[in-house]
Design a protein around this ligand. Structure first.
Ligand code: NAD
Ligand code: MG
Length: 392
């Protein structure tokens, strides 16, 4: 029996995690679930999964959570605030933590799980983008096990040799990591119409059903850029080890190419319950509730190279990855502000990349040696990006 905390239970990944767990009452017990704003959904989830703790991220939601908990006759204990998020991520009773809060807000609770030596199912790519080396050092010290949930990294993890040593590609006979991405909803849209893209269009991903922030990131391909950085940290890669491949059908989730010409791909329907079940069950395989791939009806699989003009955010992220930690931390912060401003109809789709580029160009590279410093760089970039949104 594994005891699990789900950070970000009300989101897309959180709901899928609860769905997989509900299929295996003999294997998993829910310790705590956390959420932000959608209090009633969180209370309903706690009722259904018998969570011991329910945590609302904001103290402002505590009263509502308590009164709904009473209404639903909930047996879970209700907590609130940042500290409570960290407590339920690091409690001694917990074996695994699903890190599925979106954005920089996920960094500290995820790090709390890492420092406590948990098995961390990492969906929150932003935490690694913000703090890569510090995050991994903390995991090494506590012996926390990081299992990638992002479908591409989960695929790469599955395609690497079982005895793969961190960063040692050539010793394992690997020549390239092929990071696939669908290209999102605007892969073929006329470039001259990009300024008119609406939040609804950007959030309508052709293959995946996801939260709004990652959906916009997928439309700009910043998501692939963040994943590029995430892959460097997770597997000890250099930027030149990775090739981004457009694959519109999202059937292959990424590949590993070996020096003998072999390419190993992980395939499956685009459903996050597959990598989530992989992380929960590891090293065993458990049913995820995902329909099997049907090769009798599978349409063509196609591949191409992303276009620099169409996806400037992807190339900004790769540039930041080469520049180092301060650049990726700032880029992540600027992007969060720009994406939210786009979702709020305050800036156009094209301005997301303009703000990100301006933030990258404005600041000099700086060595990063503490989480405190990461948070300061994040704040500095956020404030600068907010000012740019206000001026626009
Ligand atoms: P979502 O927006 O659907 O859910 C986000 C969750 O985080 C919610 O539970 C929300 O309540 C919580 N949250 C938001 N702001 C918070 C705050 N300030 N403090 C505490 N909690 C807060 O997002 P999602 O699509 O589930 O994505 C979650 C993470 O997983 C992201 O980092 C994303 O990049 C990553 N991811 C998602 C998918 C996917 O298919 N959805 C795939 C790969 C990786
Ligand atoms: Mg992904």
């Amino acid at each position: 029996m594994q005891t699990v905390t789900i950070l970000g239970a009300t989101g897309s990944i959180g709901q899928s995690t609860l769905d997989v767990i509900a299929r295996h009452p003999d294997l998993y017990r829910v310790f705590a679930i956390t959420g932000h704003r959608q209090v009633e959904r969180l209370v309903q989830q706690a009722k259904a999964c018998h969570a011991r703790f329910l945590v609302v991220a904001s103290d402002a939601d505590y009263e509502q959570a308590i009164s709904l908990a009473r209404e639903y006759e909930l047996s879970s204990e209700v907590l609130s605030g940042k500290r409570a998020l960290e407590d339920v991520a690091s409690a001694p009773e917990v074996d695994s933590v699903m890190a599925a809060i979106v954005g920089a807000a996920g960094l500290e609770p995820t790090l709390a799980a890492v420092k406590a030596g948990k098995r961390v199912l990492l969906a929150n790519k932003e935490s690694l983008v913000m703090s890569g080396a510090l995050f991994l050092d903390a995991a090494r010290q506590s012996k926390a096990e990081i299992l990638p949930i992002d479908s591409e990294h989960n695929a790469i993890f599955q395609c690497l040799p079982a005895d793969f040593n961190y960063g040692e590609l050539s010793a394992s006979g690997i020549s390239k990591i092929l990071l696939t991405g669908s290209g999102g909803p605007f892969r073929e849209r006329e470039l001259s119409t990009f300024a008119e893209i609406t939040p609804e269009q950007a959030c309508a991903h052709p293959n995946w059903d996801m939260g709004r922030k990652i959906s916009v990131d997928s439309a700009t391909m910043m998501n692939k850029g963040l994943e590029f950085i995430e892959a460097c940290w997770l597997f000890g890669l250099q930027p030149d080890d990775i090739q981004v491949v457009l694959h519109p059908q999202s059937t292959i989730h990424s590949m590993v190419q070996y020096v003998d010409g072999s390419v190993i791909a992980q395939m499956g329907n685009p459903d996050m319950r597959t990598p989530i079940a992989y992380g929960l069950g590891y090293p065993n395989r458990i049913d995820a509730g995902v329909a099997p791939l049907d090769f009798a009806t599978l349409s063509d699989l196609s591949f191409s190279t992303p276009d620099t003009h169409r996806f400037p955010n992807l190339y900004l992220a790769i540039e930041a990855c080469r520049s180092g930690q301060a650049a990726t931390t700032r880029l992540n912060a600027a992007n969060e502000i720009a994406v939210q401003a786009f979702l709020d109809n305050r800036i156009s789709f094209n301005q997301i990349a303009q703000i990100n580029e301006e933030i990258l160009n404005r600041f000099e590279p700086t060595a990063v040696s503490s989480i405190q410093q990461v948070l300061e760089l994040d704040k500095q970039a956020r404030l600068a990006a907010i000012a740019m949104v206000e001026e626009s």
